[in-house]
Design a binder for this molecule. Sequence first.
Ligand code: SF4
Length: 358
Amino acid sequence: MKYIDEFRNQQLVQTLINEIKTVSKKPVRLMEICGGHTMAIHKFGLKSLLPENITLLSGPGCPVCVTDQKYIDTAIAFSRVKDVIITTFGDLMRVPGSSSTLAGEKAQGSDIRMVYTPSDAVSLAQENPGKKIIFLGIGFETTAPTVAASIEQARAEKVKNYYVYSAHKLMPPAMEALINEGVKIDGYICPGHVSTITGAGIYEPFPRKFKVGCVVSGFEPVDLLQTILMLVKQFEAGKPAVEIQYKRAVKPEGNLLARQIMNEVFQPGDDLWRGLGIIKNSGLKMKPEFKEFDVEVNIDVKAEKTVYNKGCVCGDVLKGLITPKKCKLFGKVCTPASPVGACMVSSEGACAAYYQYD
Ligand code: SF4
């Protein structure tokens, strides 16, 4: 199968492992920011193949995981408003809020529906003119353009009952926040999907300002091992740089059209991250000229006070400070069937990856 078999080729994998072992001498800490990379690393058992001096850390790149509990509590409050239909992608349904989940609210009678694209939510709004349709817009630069496109579609088609609750996030401010917080990172395995939209230019400050290398990676074993080799070579040579390993999908300039749509509708603003707190200019807020689609401007709710589960240490997991197995609840109280925190719910969560594959 083209683009799969060659990237899972055992001989190639072994050659890369041998080369990494030859090149890598010093202890080095590399962070995979993207939840998709975390899953792939665990699914293919890549950690066990690497020499002991290479530490892989999981970072804040799972869209569901970084969405703060306060957002879930507010989404639940919106779901209780009369004549509201909440639309969302699947993973968010089971993320615990302070006293409920969206799935729990659905079971209690709230109208909450899973959609495959934000455009489906716009169609739902057209089919239900007497209802208010709210799309829960979470994720990074990867999903923000499609949500922006849905807002432009709603405007073009004069849809008056479509709203977005935006918690979209930008990757570079979180990467910088981790470094500023003192998390020791020698190289970033940069997210492939985000970079297809943004290009690699967003990572330029990291080698320059922080001496941290950045390599944009694909998701197959050969991709990830090539990326690790590239980062290790940079580190050993003392020459951090921005490079693209995932050239079959990522262009240096990214997807200009997607970026344009995103920038037409959204502008950067401070945003709250699970575990990381408020990071300056790390979110995408709707521009004032699109406020008719901003649910926070149009529908008033009072969410319950957010109470965090003290036992759940998702925040430390997302910062790469601890591995999931260091959480006292891991695998006992907290499992994919009965998740306590977002990192165990999401198909890209670090706790779910450790539970499923380690
Ligand atoms: S194992 Fe569960 S409770 Fe612990 S950090 Fe992960 S999601 Fe939170």
